[in-house]
Design a protein around this ligand. Structure first.
Ligand SMILES: Cc1cc2nc3c(=O)[nH]c(=O)nc-3n(C[C@H](O)[C@H](O)[C@H](O)COP(=O)(O)OP(=O)(O)OC[C@H]3O[C@@H](n4cnc5c(N)ncnc54)[C@H](O)[C@@H]3O)c2cc1C
Length: 425
């Protein structure tokens, strides 16, 4: 049976139910099919909603500790004083009340892939036929000497949106006149490759308005970064020399953190800051690592057609935690992968074969309030894994006009509104 036939059969079954026809297909019977989704962020919330959309007869349970999910996208806008925390918070009420997903606010502590069950901190044991895991990233505490969870209370990473975002914003907004903000950018791979540079831009935006003798220094572990030429052009136009970027080989690589003296040790000496935003190296979220879903890289290998783990059957891993070929770790990518995983899960649970995926990503970065840049790509599955399709997508041109750059800032807002409605609305 192909997808169109199934759709017809499903429509027929609904008619049958409405008119009481005897012998309507069993698709409407009380479900014994269970999908468990772990994590209610960009990947998990999309997956929960779309499994239910593709096959309403499946019982979908979503486990997520937060009752309000604050997005990392636009959290840099909060730090820069352009948006409020309330504007980036999303409730799970529509998920349960409108979309019929069972939402449990708890933490999964362990997945047992042999028994197909997950245990939660609150003492529940949740059985599944298939699980979709999207726990995002965790930080490699102590990968850099001196930077642990305690240190993040002094030098916030602000790379999980929430209290850390507010802490960094408050430190920036109360920094002494002429102070120095140091931003440490991590090595690849990490969540949102343009994220640190958008942040540096919006910190500079705040300083230019409120503390014009202040300065931003980016200490980078890398030699180059995403959309570099466009960022550097924007920085020169809007902020002069307010932002200084140092690559790993020019003193950007940090070997030790000292919270007492508010300084970072590099191969070129100690660097002191008034505010330090330290973004540490990253790996897949704890539940993925504790459940044996990661390989030596610290990320989860998957079948790139279905997103099913190549280590444990019946568990699909999506979003930042998985290794999705050439796709970046972004919210849009996580949501795009979630739809493919949801389709694969419903296909497999209904005995259908899965299809090669088509995936997409668009990433906007705000450099000033009316100045944004973007990158977009479309992806397909090749024998080498997921790759970008040549000629599809593109980058803001270097010679974009002021109108184009300011239109990009409006598109960014439209992108955020439509994606977040599609996920949590
Ligand atoms: C500053 C910044 C700016 C960004 N800007 C953009 C942007 O403009 N565009 C874009 O596309 N992307 C952006 N991103 C990237 C984006 O935030 C991530 O790629 C995206 O959140 C990944 O989705 P995910 O589902 O993998 O993880 P998340 O969205 O982080 O969701 C993971 C969820 O899992 C939950 N969880 C974790 N462990 C458990 C457990 N054991 N049990 C139950 N629940 C659990 C967590 O509470 C969390 O809610 C940005 C990131 C940052 C840091």
């Amino acid at each position: 049976m192909n997808r169109r036939d199934f759709g017809k059969l499903f429509a027929l079954s609904l008619t049958g139910a409405a008119t009481g026809v005897i012998g309507a297909p069993s698709v409407l019977k009380a479900s014994s099919k269970r999908v468990l989704v772990i994590g209610g962020g960009f990947g998990g919330a999309t997956a929960a909603r779309y499994v239910k959309k593709f096959d309403p007869s499946i019982d979908v349970t979503l486990v997520e500790p937060k009752t309000t999910f604050h997005t990392c996208p636009f959290s840099n806008w909060v730090i820069g004083g352009i948006k409020d925390m309330k504007e980036i918070g999303h409730s799970f009420k529509p998920m349960s009340d409108v979309h019929n997903v069972n939402v449990i606010h708890d933490v999964v502590t362990e997945i047992d892939p042999m028994k197909n069950v997950a245990k939660t901190k609150g003492g529940q044991t949740l059985a599944y036929d298939r699980a979709i895991v999207s726990p995002g990233v965790d930080f490699k505490w102590d990968a850099v000497e001196g930077y642990d969870m305690e240190a993040s209370k002094v030098m916030p990473h602000a790379y999980h949106a929430g209290p850390q975002t507010e802490l960094l914003r408050d430190q920036l907004h109360s920094m002494k006149k002429g102070g120095v903000v140091i931003l440490h950018a991590p090595p690849n791979p990490f969540r949102c490759p343009p994220g640190p540079y958008e942040r540096a831009s919006l910190i500079a935006h705040y300083l230019k308005k409120n503390n014009p003798t202040g300065k931003v220094i980016i200490l980078d572990e890398k030699e180059k970064f995403s959309k570099q030429a466009l960022f550097q052009q924007g920085w020169a136009k809007l902020y002069g020399d307010l932002i200084e970027w140092r690559s790993g080989s020019s003193g950007g690589s940090v070997t030790r953190v000292d919270t007492k003296s508010m300084s970072l040790e590099t191969e070129f000496g100690m660097e002191k800051g008034d505010v330090i935003n330290f973004i540490p190296p990253q790996h897949a979220g704890k539940v993925a690592r504790d459940s044996g879903l990661t390989n030596d890289s610290g990320w989860c290998p998957i079948n790139q057609q279905t997103f099913e783990s190549t280590i444990h059957a019946n568990i699909h891993v999506i979003g930042d935690a998985c290794i999705a070929g050439k796709m970046p770790k972004s919210g849009f990518a996580a949501s795009s992968q979630a739809k493919i995983a949801a389709l694969a899960v419903t296909d497999l649970m209904n005995g259908r074969s899965t299809q090669p995926p088509s995936l997409a990503n668009t990433c906007y970065s705000l450099i000033g309030e009316k100045y944004a840049i973007s990158v977009a790509a479309v992806y397909k599955l090749s024998p080498k894994g997921i790759v970008g399709i040549k000629g599809a997508g593109g980058l803001t041109p270097m010679d974009a006009s002021e109108q184009q750059l300011s239109a990009e800032a409006l598109y960014a807002v439209g992108w955020y509104d439509s994606l977040s409605k599609d996920i949590w609305g």
